[in-house]
Design a protein around this ligand. Structure first.
Ligand SMILES: [Mn+2]
Length: 344
């Protein structure tokens, strides 16, 4: 199935296995100095997939570096890396790697490496991802949109290489699957993602401690930001659309930074009867990050793409230039129209 060309796609059988392409495994086996990168505003699927591969490739004798741009990692994600003994590097030399693996990154411009894509362009690069919008950049790809998470794919990669799934690897992969399925509650929760989670639990994933720290351990500052987002939440007249926002001043007043904006879109999303939930946050003056969430079969990726964004069918995002007021007005108007059209 692996053609040696840019694209590798593997059908996922009813047996719930998802075999990594032989060429991808060969690349990983042959690499001596590997650099791991993922997307900007790293989430648990980024840290989990990079961290697990870091452990697995290192155990097989490779020199491996996890790259993250300086100051880009949230308190929670920093905790996850430390909990599983994964060192994060912002200033190491990408140039000395003979293989770069880009994980969970749909577009080259979204790589979270100091200096950006220009430092990776033209290098041997393996692109492993589950975003349907992946542009298939790099010299080899394994893109599987039916996978719940990139961690689910990395599990298959590690399982196909010699060596064992350690408790750290299991914990990291579990973190990514748990986060991307929102605690096994979204439509990407499949028999296969549950099978992989089962194998990770058997492999010693520290589930209780992980979930406590990822989902029930807000700092006072994060709690203040949540209060602000609750109070800024609005619902459309028909009850199908809910949105909230936080200005830079509000984020700073809570004691948070832009890196602390993660899954707070769950606040407007938690209202019964919502088709679409939106969170608009002004992390940098003049730039507004927009998170879209769709319930049921609502495809918010279409909505995000209207604004140059990307992501998944039920979880998408965009970065839009403009003031918070102006962007909020445009996005909410488009979303109201989107919801109205859907309903017919
Ligand atoms: Mn992901």
């Amino acid at each position: 199935m692996y053609s040696g060309e840019n694209e590798v796609r593997v059908a996922m059988g009813a047996d719930m296995r998802c075999e990594p392409p032989a060429g991808v495994l060969e690349l990983l086996r042959g690499a001596r100095r590997v650099g791991l990168v993922a997307h900007v505003t790293p989430d648990a699927d980024c840290i989990g997939s990079m961290g697990a591969l870091w452990h697995a490739l290192r155990a097989r004798g490779a020199e491996v570096t996890v790259f993250t741009a300086a100051g880009s990692v949230s308190r929670r994600m920093g905790w996850l890396a430390e909990f599983c003994s994964v060192p994060l590097a912002s200033d190491a030399a990408v140039e000395s790697c003979d293989l770069i693996v880009a994980l969970d990154t749909a577009r080259e411009r979204r790589v979270n490496v100091e200096g950006g894509w220009d430092r990776l362009s033209g290098r041997a690069l393996l692109n492993v991802d589950h975003h349907p919008t992946n542009t298939r950049f790099g010299t080899a790809c394994w893109i599987e949109p039916a996978a719940s998470s990139t961690c689910e794919l990395v599990f298959e990669l590690i399982a196909a290489l010699p060596g064992e799934i350690t408790a750290d690897i299991a914990t990291l992969l579990y973190a990514g699957i748990h986060a991307d399925t929102q605690g096994f509650s979204l439509s990407n929760t499949t028999a296969r993602s549950l099978r992989v989670a089962h194998e990770l639990a058997v492999g010693g994933a520290r589930i209780a401690e992980l979930c406590e720290r990822l989902h029930r351990a807000n700092s006072r500052q994060e709690f203040e930001l949540l209060k602000q987002i609750y109070s800024n939440t609005r619902v459309s007249a028909d009850g199908r659309l809910a949105w909230s926002r936080a200005s830079l001043a509000e984020i700073e007043a809570s004691g948070c930074t832009v890196n602390d904006v993660e899954d707070q879109v769950d606040v407007p999303r938690s209202i019964d009867g919502i088709d679409v939930a939106i969170l608009l946050t002004e992390g940098i003056p003049g730039k507004v990050r927009v998170n879209f969430r769709g319930e049921g079969d609502v495809n918010v990726l279409e909505l995000a793409q209207q604004f140059g964004g990307g992501g998944h069918v039920a979880r998408a995002g965009a970065m839009i230039s403009g003031s918070l007021d102006e962007v909020a007005e445009r996005v909410v108007r488009a979303a109201e129209e989107f919801v109205r059209r859907r309903r017919g």
